[in-house]
Design a protein around this ligand. Sequence first.
Ligand code: CA
Length: 535
Amino acid sequence: MKKTKVLLICVTIIILIPLSSCDKNPAASQAMAEPSAGFQGGDNYQPLDKGLYGNYYEIFVGSYYDSDGDGMGDLNGIVQKLDYLNDGQPESNTSLHIDGIWLMPIMPSPSYHKYDVTDYYGIDPAYGSMADFENLVRECGKRGIRLIIDLVMNHSSSEHPWFVKAREEISSGADWRYANYYNIGHGQAGDRTHSLEMDDYYYEGVFVDSMPDLNYDNEEVRREFENIAKFWLDKGVSGFRLDAVKWLYPDQQKSVDCLKWFVDYCKSIKPDIYMVGEVWSEDAEIMKFYESGIPSLFNFTFSDENGYPAKAADSGTGAYYANRLQRWDTIMAGRFPDAIDAVFLSNHDQDRSAHYLSEDPQKEKMAAALYLLEPGNPFIYYGEEIGMTGRGRDENKRGPMIWSLSQPGGLTDGPPARDSGYGASRSIEQQLADPDSLLRFYIRAIRLRNQFPGLWRGRVEEISQPDDALAVFKSVDGENILIVAHNVSTEEKTVILEKGKKSLGGFLTAAGGEVILKGNKLTLPGRSSALVVLG
Ligand code: CA
C-alpha cells in the first residue's frame, strides 16, 4: 500500500474485441479446453533447485479463476490453473514456468482487497477454506512452486477483535491491554490520526481510518506476529510478501529495526524462507531497508511508467537504462551482496503496464525482455503477460483475468467498483494459440532466463555504447560471464563485442527477424535482445 492521493484518471476507453481467432496451435487450445490441473510430472518430478531465486507471479485471488461459478476467484481456481503457471515441462510452450506465487491477502477482511485483516489465522470464506489452502500448498509443492502470502503487519482492520476490544477498554475505563496494541492517545485529528470519538482519544492510521496502525513498541504485538508467522510457515508457505513495512514506525530507522526483528524471527523458524518487502519509495530508502536482512525488496525505481525498462521500451533510451541498472546493482553489490533484487513492471497499485506501453505488443515485449533478463527475481503481475488493461482507481488495476473471450468458464466478476471498459481485448486462450503473441513471448523469455542461472545472480557491468538505443551489459557470476544486449529501436543495430571465444546463448525478437553473432559482431534486428556466453 502506498500513502498517496489516488489520481482518478477519467478516461473512457472503448475496446474492440477482435472476432477472428486464428488457431495456429491446436494443441494449445486443446490444453485450454481442459481447465483442471493435469500435472504430468508424477511423484518423481524433481524441479530445478534455484535456492531463493525464481520467477514470481502476483495473483489477486478474487479476480483470477472462479472454480465454483459464484463469480469470485478462489484458491481452488488457482489449483486448476497451475498447469498454466508451471506444468513441470521445461520445454513447454503453454506454461509460464513460474517458480513462485505471491498471493495478495487471503485472510478474512471486510474489504474486497483484504489489506485490512480481521483474523490473521484464517482464510476469507469468499476465497475458500483452510483445507483448500492446504491443498494449494501441496499442489504447488509438487511442482516446485513456492507459495508466498501477503502479510499485513503495519495495521489491522478496525473490525479486528483487537481493535474492537481496545475501544471497549477505553469506553468502559478498564485497564488497557488491547488499547496498547495500537497507538492511541490524546491529541488531534491529522493526516495520520483519527478520532476514536471518545474522550478526545485519537489513534494512528497511516492509510485510512479503517486501518489502525499496530504498536510495535508493545512486545505483546511482536509476540502476536511471531505466532502468526509460525502458524503460516507451519502450514507450508515458503515465505511472505510484507506489506507497507516502510510505515511500521514514523521513524525510518525504527521501521528498519522492527523489520529486522521479524526477518530474524522468521529465519530462525525457516532458514530458507523467502521474503520480499514493500518499501514504496526512492532508491536510498529502499536500499536502507536491506539493513533488515530481508532477502528482497521491490525495486520501485525500475517499475511503473517512469521506470527505466518501460522508458527504454517506450522511448528508445536503452543506453540510459543499462547505465541505471549498473548503478543500482553496484550499490547493492557493495552494501548487500546477498540481496536479491525484486524487479517488476507494475503491480496491483499501479496502472497496468499495457497503458504506458501504448497497448503496443512490440513495446510490451521489449519491456518484458528488459526486465526478464535482469538479475534478481522478476515479479509478473497476473494479466501483464497478455497485456491486460486497467488504470485509475485501484479496482480497475485488479480486474478479472481474461482466460477466454468465447468460454465464460472461470471468469470472475472482479471488484464491484470497477469502471467498465478495461481488460477484455486479449485472452489467454487466444494468445496461447498464437506463436507471435505477447504471452508466448513471455514464455520464451522465461525459458531463456531459466537456462542461465548466472543471469539471476550476476553482477552488472555496463558496456557503454555509442548508440542510445543499445543497452548492453555483462552479467558476471564468478566464472560465468554473459553479455546481455538489447536493441530497443525499430532499426537493425550492430554491437562490436570484445575479442575472445563466445557463443549465442539465445535471443528474443519482439518484431521478428533474427539475431546473428559472427565473430565479434552481434547484429540485432529492431526490438530484439540477445544473450551471448563468453568463454
Ligand atoms: Ca468462486
